[in-house]
Design a protein around this ligand. Sequence first.
Ligand SMILES: [Zn+2]
Length: 245
Amino acid sequence: MFGNSRALLLDTGATADAAQFPLRATVDSIMTGWLAAHPTPGYGLLVAHTHGHGDHIAGDGQFADRPDTEVVGAGVAAVRAFFGFDDDGVPVRVDLGVRALEAIHTPGHQDAAITLFDPWTGWLLTGDTVCRGRLYVEDMTAFTASLDRMVALARARRVSSVLGSHIEMTARRGRDYPAGTLFQPDEPPLQMSVDQLAEVCAAAHAVASRPGAHVFDHFIIFNGPCRAAFRRQRMRRLANRMRGR
Ligand SMILES: [Zn+2]
């Protein structure tokens, strides 16, 4: 996302190796193209993360020596310090120059998770906290409180789409592709509505005191370790592999 003084790269993917996954080269080429059209001396790059899980931060090292670049640390202390979150949950401005995003701290899936609202596109970027897939909850009390704040923010802004980080559901209601699936010809779109975000919030409150995997039409809430559900995931993945999928 480009502002007038810097761009934001949100998440760096699951692969560190620049030869396999040339994220830095890709970002540099996009920024070079943009800067040719909008010459801006000292134009910066901010690299931040929806949360600190390995599949969202692995490419960070590719930006370590990049000039005019700030990489926000992946841990919760670094995230809180960078954004200046305090405990009142009031959204914090992330100014890219004219384009100012709003960030809130939304722990629960992971303690360093954030949600960003971009008024330019109307996107609410929710990471793994809310997406069309398996919502793994590490801390249910934090998760429901975060969802309450996300719904409040979404209702108070003009949100065009709620965008999470993964698609794991199939087109069939309540049916996911098992973890590890690489070919998903029948997946629904990434974007979700504010009403669907509110559904996630209501569902999380409803299952908060019941450990296990809880299936809903557009998402599945994994409350706690969910060993039986993970066993089923592995069996389904194995069965698909044997069928050549
Ligand atoms: Zn995650």
